[in-house]
Design a protein around this ligand. Structure first.
Ligand SMILES: Cc1cc2nc3c(=O)[nH]c(=O)nc-3n(C[C@H](O)[C@H](O)[C@H](O)COP(=O)(O)OP(=O)(O)OC[C@H]3O[C@@H](n4cnc5c(N)ncnc54)[C@H](O)[C@@H]3O)c2cc1C
Length: 508
């Protein structure tokens, strides 16, 4: 072992790991981030094209205040490092019957667009949906989303003081059933149901409360000038400026303990690094393999069932002049499946739908219409692997280009890279290709995810599979929680005499 006994090791340079490391380095801790891949950012990654790197992971930022806080903690400002472009159109939605709808951050503008597309009743239904989900968001924001541990009692009290929220919290009520009752227009049921997939859920099974995701999106969406990978690189640079160390191509093979006390990590290259505290940013489902028979791994119900995976295409292309034409696309576009039941029914059974919704990011359109070829990402929801394999009778993914042509969008793609559930499983070990950790479909999933502290003293978790869940801002918050827990424990217990943390995963 080397002599870094008092240092803190962060395993994984995903957003959760980078943010945790920044908070710790800003407090003067000696932090080393160990990343298995050759890039910082984890799921924030790119593929190559003739037009430049194409975002192959997240493409937009929501809840930007969370990242503003990270930069502030590091003694700097986000705007000094990155240009965030607020998107005037959150998403442009297309249906095969020719209907189109833009949603924006302005409720009144959306209401007018909905009235124009679907009539006055739909407008009223949208206004009441927005009002009710805003109340749900307010009730859950502090006691659940921003709290280090979700506080069910505080959330219940906050909900009781806002009676419009109560129907949304009914146990066993799916998002789909709630939307059936709230919207007479099938298009809007389909549109708002799709938000469950933003955290890997299926609207037929996910709890109605996930409708609050619309509120996070409605509060504003930003593109990062230069692509999302810039965010990860800038966070890595900030960490290094604070004195932290980032080692890429450095997979961790096992967590080391000495007489039951955490003592460091063993790297795949045979090296052993000492560390009195470790923050693990990989999928919590990987912990049993890193820990062997020792304490610290999550319980099965904290990691299974798995969330959705995806089939992702990244490429450059020219948009054909016929059909929809070049001017038709926004930055963020959704081409809906003909029938959401034919999409989410198979997904619920672990199968790919024949006719899926396609999400499209036209990365070069954040600040206007580009000339010539441009960069695209297409995402179609797919099931995670079943015990490490695609389900026996699962089919190949639908050809997205043929499907887009049915909407009148004709692309001539070049430099196409695909990432399927098997590829995600290989990129993110033990994830089974699930992109968001534990499935959010269960009524109590929000309260079941692992939290920052584990049952092994000194071992902490951060990332999208940890409370408060997936998405860049949520994973960043989990990094903040892990850093705070590590700092608090270090102050309260001398590192040379670590004591077991009582209460297991749910300990605050
Ligand atoms: C296609 C796609 C689109 C998305 N779109 C959006 C979006 O638009 N907006 C949004 O907010 N979110 C989006 N998300 C979700 C978001 O990307 C994730 O929730 C978030 O980035 C996860 O961050 P994380 O902290 O969990 O780390 P991850 O990104 O999961 O990274 C974990 C890191 O840990 C490393 N690691 C794991 N084990 C080891 C080990 N043993 N040794 C060394 N290193 C290890 C991995 O190599 C990896 O780099 C999207 C995700 C995908 C896949």
């Amino acid at each position: 072992m080397n002599n870094q006994k008092d240092s803190i090791l962060v395993v994984g340079a995903g957003i959760g790991g980078l943010v945790a490391a920044i908070y710790l380095a800003a407090q003067g801790r000696n932090v080393t981030v160990l990343e298995g891949h050759s890039w910082p950012g984890g799921k924030i990654r790119t593929t190559q094209s003739a037009v430049g790197p194409v975002d192959a992971g997240p493409t937009v930022l929501t809840l930007r205040a969370v990242l503003d806080d990270v930069f502030h903690a590091a003694g700097t400002r986000l705007d000094d490092h990155l240009t965030l472009v607020p998107l005037p159109v959150l998403a442009r939605h297309f249906w095969t019957d020719g209907t189109r709808l833009d949603l924006t951050p302005c409720i009144d503008q959306n209401a007018r667009a909905i009235a124009g597309a679907f009539g006055a009743r739909a407008e009223q239904e949208y206004r009441s949906f927005s009002e009710q989900t805003a109340a749900v968001y307010q009730a859950f924001r502090d006691p659940v989303m921003f709290a280090p541990r979700p506080n069910a009692l505080a959330a219940a009290c906050a909900a009781l003081s806002r009676p419009v929220t109560l129907p949304w919290l009914r146990p066993g009520l799916s998002l789909d059933r709630m939307l059936q009752a709230r919207f007479s227009t099938p298009h809007l049921r389909q549109l708002f149901g799709r938000y469950a997939t933003y955290v890997g859920g299926n609207p037929l099974q996910a709890p109605a409360v996930l409708a609050l995701i619309w509120q996070a999106e409605g509060a504003g969406v930003w593109a990062v000038e230069g692509g999302m990978a810039r965010l990860a690189q800038v966070l890595a640079d900030v960490l290094i400026r604070l004195g932290g160390t980032l080692r890429l191509n450095c997979p961790v093979r096992a967590v080391a303990t000495t007489h039951g006390t955490l003592s460091g990590v063993h790297l795949a290259n045979g090296e052993t690094l000492a560390g009195a505290q470790i923050i693990f940013n990989g999928d919590p489902a990987a912990l049993p393999a890193l820990l062997g028979q020792r304490a610290g791994a999550p319980k099965p119900q904290q990691i299974t069932p798995r969330s959705l995976s995806a089939d992702v295409w990244t490429f450059s292309a020219n948009v054909g002049g016929r059909g929809l034409g070049r001017g038709a696309l926004a930055y963020h576009n959704v081409f809906f499946a003909d029938d959401p039941r034919q999409e989410f029914g198979p997904l619920a059974q672990g199968l790919r739908p024949a006719n899926p919704t396609i999400y499209m990011c036209a990365q070069d359109r954040a600040s206007g219409l580009p000339d010539g070829p441009e960069r695209f990402q297409l995402i179609m929801n797919a099931p995670p692997l079943d015990a490490g394999q695609p389900k026996g009778n699962d089919t190949c993914p639908t050809d997205p280009f043929a499907r887009l042509a049915r909407f009148g969008l004709h692309l001539t793609p070049a430099n196409v890279t695909t990432t399927h559930p098997q590829d995600f499983a290989a990129l993110f070990p033990h994830s089974q290709g699930a992109l968001y950790g534990l499935s959010p479909n269960g009524a109590f999933a929000t309260f079941q995810r692992p939290q920052a502290r584990t049952t092994l003293a000194g071992l902490y978790l951060a990332g999208g599979g940890v409370h408060p869940g997936a998405g860049v801002p949520m994973a960043a918050l989990s990094g903040q929680h892990a850093a705070r827990a590590a700092m608090a424990d270090r102050t309260s217990a001398p590192m040379s005499h670590q004591t077991a943390i009582t209460g297991g995963m749910s300990t605050g």
